[in-house]
Each structure stands twice: as C-alpha cells, then as structure tokens.
Ligand binder design. Structure first.
Ligand code: FES
Length: 135
C-alpha cells in the first residue's frame, strides 16, 4: 500500500477537463485530491490527505466537464482555470516532477547497465584465464 503524505494541495491529474455523461437522481463524488485511480470520481484514495471528495448531483442528463487539473474554483466543474496561470503553474510543476522521476529512472538504469558491463568484463576475463573460448 502506498503511503500518503498529508497535504491540503490536490495532485494535478491532467491539463484539461474530463467529459462525462451524468444523469439526474444520482449522487456523484468528485475526486478533489487527484489521487483516485477512477478519475474524475473518488475511489477513497484521499484518506490521510486532509482533502475530501465533492458530493454533487446534476439536474439534467448530458455531458458535463469535470475539472482535471484540480485547480478549478468551481469544483467539480471546469471553470477554465487550466488555461490560466494557476492551472498552467500546476501543470508545469507536474511536468517538472515527472521529469525528475524520469531522470532518477535513467540514472538507476545507467548504474545497472554499468554493473552488468563490469560483470561481463569479469566473466570474459575469467573465461580467458581458464582457457575457454570467447563467443
Ligand atoms: S480542467 Fe481544471 S479548470 Fe479546467
């Protein structure tokens, strides 16, 4: 189970809204923390974050646009913030974080590759010392 760091700041999900078909007479729970695997709806992942889902209903059956950047001032609905400085700043922070994760993966991959190369060199050296053929 992943640990959740308490935060009042929602996690960015995507830089545009989710278009979803909703119907009247039903309670919906919008994910406000950004951790749900069932975006844009709550799956309980907010526990420990200090954030809560937004319960809402709709009046008519149609497609609604629910915020994906988690920066709207009109939750659960998109209010265009994703195109403004506040939303773009969150997107930029998300990209920088992903870039950092990618760099860490590349560094780890280079280390493993380097270790594998050292094992290969040692293996060839042992083979030569033992008089074996090198293929
Ligand atoms: S997706 Fe968040 S305001 Fe539009």
């Amino acid at each position: 189970m992943a640990s959740v760091v308490p935060s009042a700041e929602p996690t960015f999900v995507q830089g545009f809204p989710f278009g979803v078909d909703l119907v009247p007479g039903k309670d919906y729970f919008y994910c406000s923390c950004g951790l749900s695997k069932n975006q844009p709806f709550c799956d309980g992942s907010h526990k420990g974050t200090g954030l809560s889902p937004v319960k809402f209903k709709v009046d008519e059956a149609k497609k609604y646009f629910l915020c994906g950047c988690k920066a709207t001032d009109s939750a659960p609905f998109c209010d265009g913030t994703h195109k403004k400085e506040k939303g773009l700043r969150k997107y930029n922070e998300f990209l920088l974080k992903k870039n950092g994760e990618l760099q860490a993966h590349l560094t780890a991959a280079k280390k493993s590759s380097s270790i594998l190369n050292e094992f290969s060199i040692v293996g060839v050296s042992v083979g030569v010392l033992a008089g074996g053929d090198i293929y």
